[in-house]
Design a protein around this ligand. Structure first.
Ligand code: BES
Ligand code: MN
Ligand code: ZN
Length: 494
């Protein structure tokens, strides 16, 4: 999808479809809809449907007018944005996604979105529109032989403001949106098309394209590094594991901080010997979403070039039952030297991450973030709406929450107190890899915290949010690419 800027009046833009936002400035129950654009011709074109009461500006309300008088555009799409006072960039992002999905289904090839005049700046508006448009353009139908090749080819951003600043904002938003979709493409692949080896190859290719340093290590190096927890998971599979290390070290960046981004890359999670029920097991192809997230983030970082060092680490493996697989009761020695009693081989994510976090510290990372589809328990706690966030350091969490405000992604902090760690103490080893029946998201986080040690660390449990169970008007069913945008903003803000 091409993106371009137009500083012309919206009514003068030649396009298949002009899109404008309708907001409601009425107090409480009263409605007072208006087009959020100062162009008189656009207002006139929408006047009749607004006066009739048909268009009230309700969120995601969508009205398509053909051959609107006074406009160069072939159609006018009015999208409701809800109450003007509550209208945010996050709402706008969704509207742009909905515009792409709605117009694409109608065979429209190009459209122009009028940046609404709202509480936020025009730069923020075009950024939200571009990000949302890329988000909306993704579909997980690559394996359908009858898939429709409908695509939006070009998006024009119609905005008022300083040309260079707007263009910069559009270019950055493109990188962010495309990187999020890059992650979604990886997550979308089934496990026979996305083995640890293939994931590593995809990461390597991407790194070459954007000029990142990338190393991929196999079983030998994993054993040599004494990553007993990671290897304990990997040993059960015929597919070789991969330890993917991507480095971004820009000239002129200070020695410190070095941010470490560690992702869980289980390309299929059967549960291992503690095998999962077959109902729904097919979903476990997305158990590498945390790893894919970090690969997408590294791509964006390489292109956006912030002046801060970042190392991305993905621990990629299958979790399989076999004659070579680890068994409940086995004790593994992690890279840090801590011993782990394996209670349930299905709690494999924390094992691979334990060594990933330790390795990140060894490589000199001063701050850590991990992302993982780690627990069913986080889905019980937060459903599909929020990512579970855990942190051992309040200032780092504060920084992260500033990034959330920019990305518009929904996340909720959950506790990781010592009580949860106590639940994972083993009588025969240092830790158990499970913490009993209750508080499963927090016991898993407490386990990981032991491997972040005293390094400031954030853990994102994306089990409930990495895969959209239903389509929404602004986003397809399937991989969501959640956390990519927040992590990009987090790194840029450092
Ligand atoms: N990959 C799963 C977690 C998961 C669940 C991801 C649902 C996406 C959707 C993880 O490896 C797992 O199996 N966790 C277990 C841990 C338990 C055995 C302590 C779980 O949550 O049931
Ligand atoms: Mn598992
Ligand atoms: Zn898993």
């Amino acid at each position: 999808m091409k993106t371009e800027l137009s500083l012309s009046a919206p009514s003068a833009v030649e396009t298949e479809c002009l899109v404008a936002v309708v907001l409601d400035r009425g107090e409480k129950d009263k409605t007072e809809p208006y087009v959020a654009a100062s162009d008189k011709a656009v207002q006139a074109a929408a006047a009749e449907v607004i006066a009739s009461g048909e268009v009230i500006g309700k969120t995601l309300e969508s009205t398509l007018l053909h051959k609107p008088a006074g406009l160069k555009g072939g159609r006018l799409l009015l999208l409701g944005g809800g109450k003007a006072k509550k209208f945010t960039a996050a709402n706008l992002r969704k509207l742009a996604g909905a515009a792409v999905r709605g117009l694409k289904a109608k065979g429209v090839k190009n459209f122009a979105f009028v940046a609404p005049e709202a509480e936020f700046s025009a730069e923020e508006a075009v950024k939200a529109i571009v990000e949302g448009a890329f988000l909306g353009s993704f579909d997980s139908d690559t394996y359908k032989s009858d898939r429709k090749e409908q695509k939006i080819e070009a998006l024009t951003l119609v905005a008022k403001g300083e040309q260079n600043a707007l263009q910069k904002s559009i270019a950055e938003a493109r990188i962010i949106g495309e990187s999020q979709n890059f992650t979604r493409d990886l997550v979308n692949e089934p496990s026979n098309h996305m083995t640890p080896t293939i994931l590593a190859e995809r990461a390597k290719k991407m790194c070459q394209e954007v000029g990142l340093h990338c190393e991929v290590y196999g079983a030998d190096k994993i054993k040599e590094l004494k990553m007993g927890a990671f290897w304990g998971v990997a040993q059960g599979s015929d597919e070789p594991p991969a330890l993917i290390v991507m480095k971004y070290e820009p000239a002129g960046a200070p020695e410190k901080p070095v941010l470490g981004l560690v992702g869980k890359g289980i390309t299929f999670d059967t549960g291992g010997i503690s095998i999962k029920p077959s109902d729904g097991m097919e979903k476990m192809k997305y158990d590498m979403a945390g790893g894919a997230t970090m690969i997408g983030v590294m791509r964006a970082i390489a292109l956006l070039k912030p002046k801060v060092k970042v190392i991305g680490i993905v621990c990629a493996s299958e979790n399989m039952p076999s004659g070579k697989a680890q068994k409940p009761g086995d004790i593994q020695t992690a890279m840090s030297g801590k011993t782990i009693e394996i209670i349930n081989t299905d709690a494999e994510g924390r094992l691979v991450l334990a060594d990933g976090l330790c390795y990140a510290r060894q490589l000199g990372c001063t701050h850590l973030v991990d992302a993982a589809t780690l627990t069913g328990a986080v889905v019980v706690a937060l459903g599909y709406a929020n990512v579970g966030v855990f942190a051992n350091d309040d200032p780092l969490y504060e920084r992260f929450s500033q990034a959330l405000a920019k990305s518009g992604e929904k996340m909720w902090r959950l506790p990781v107190d010592d009580e949860y760690l106590d639940m994972t103490r083993s009588s025969i080893a240092d830790l158990m890899n499970t913490g009993g029946r209750w508080g499963g998201a927090s016991t898993a986080a407490a386990f990981l915290r032991e491997f972040a040690e005293d390094t400031p660390w954030i853990h994102l449990d994306i089990a409930g949010t990495a895969w959209m169970e239903e389509q929404k008007p602004w986003i397809a069913k399937g991989p969501s690419g959640i956390a990519v945008r927040s992590l990009i903003e987090f790194v840029r803000g450092f």
